[in-house]
Design a protein around this ligand. Structure first.
Ligand code: SAM
Length: 218
């Protein structure tokens, strides 16, 4: 996966509050332990993004919707640190990034009926057929997504890989207790960074198709 180098992290910036690590977190996960403004009665909305990359979605959505809370999960340390620094620099108190494996975190640490939304944008495609089993949109993970979403909560899935999209839609239709896919329209980009994620930006600037769907938990 070709990627440009990340900008250097600003020296002296303390991003420790924004960077979470699963091994130091309580199980089951409780949002109020990590977001100081999260109401103790759990009445606010919490959304999780899986595979946050450079954090464009997380930073944009957290500043656009300050009354909601957002946790990104990123397995690559340098990206997780880069995102933590971005969130800290912008003073976003409703967003955190966890450096870890989203599949394990969903399976082992998230309680049932917790989340208002799960976002999966441009997950690693694992092109070779023998590697398809490594794709994150697998049956076990999707069963966990359905379990941890609260009723009415949404799974957002976007990709540029048509066969991955079709496989995931088919898997959800046959095995996962979520609605049929709702289609999602492409928005016009008003400026150079007006995309859901960096991968959406790159795909659209290359003139390639993006497949988007939203599924609901009944
Ligand atoms: C192709 S990139 C897409 C990044 C971003 N979502 C975007 O659209 O620009 C996929 C990202 O998912 C991360 N990732 C892969 N497997 C993961 C896992 N099990 N848990 C958390 N992050 C993961 C990768 O490190 C990478 O940053």
């Amino acid at each position: 996966m070709g990627r440009r180098a990340l900008r250097k992290l600003p020296e002296g910036l303390d991003y420790s509050t924004h960077l979470l690590r699963p091994e130091t977190m309580q199980t089951p996960f409780q949002a109020s332990d990590y977001f100081s403004d999260f109401p103790q009665d759990g009445s606010a909305d919490l959304e999780i993004e899986v595979g946050s990359g450079k954090g464009l979605f997380l930073a944009n959505v957290a500043s656009a919707v300050p009354e909601r809370f957002f946790l990104g999960i990123e397995i690559a340390k340098k990206y997780a640190e880069f995102i933590a620094a971005k969130l800290a620099r912008r003073g976003l108190q409703n967003a955190r990034i966890m450096h870890g494996d989203a599949e394990r975190f969903f399976a082992e640490q998230l309680p049932d009926n917790l989340l208002a939304a799960v976002h999966v944008y441009f997950p690693d495609p694992w092109w070779k057929k023998r590697h398809h089993k490594r794709r994150i949109m697998n049956e076990r993970f999707l069963k966990d997504v359905a379990r941890v979403l609260r009723p009415g909560g949404s799974l957002h899935f976007w990709t540029d890989v048509q066969d991955y999209f079709e496989q995931a839609v088919e898997l959800i239709a046959t095995k996962i207790p979520l609605s049929p896919p709702h289609s999602v329209d492409e928005a016009t980009a008003e400026h150079d960074l007006d995309y859901r994620t960096h991968f959406e930006r790159r795909t659209r600037l290359h003139g390639e198709a993006v497949y988007r769907a939203r599924f609901e938990k009944p």
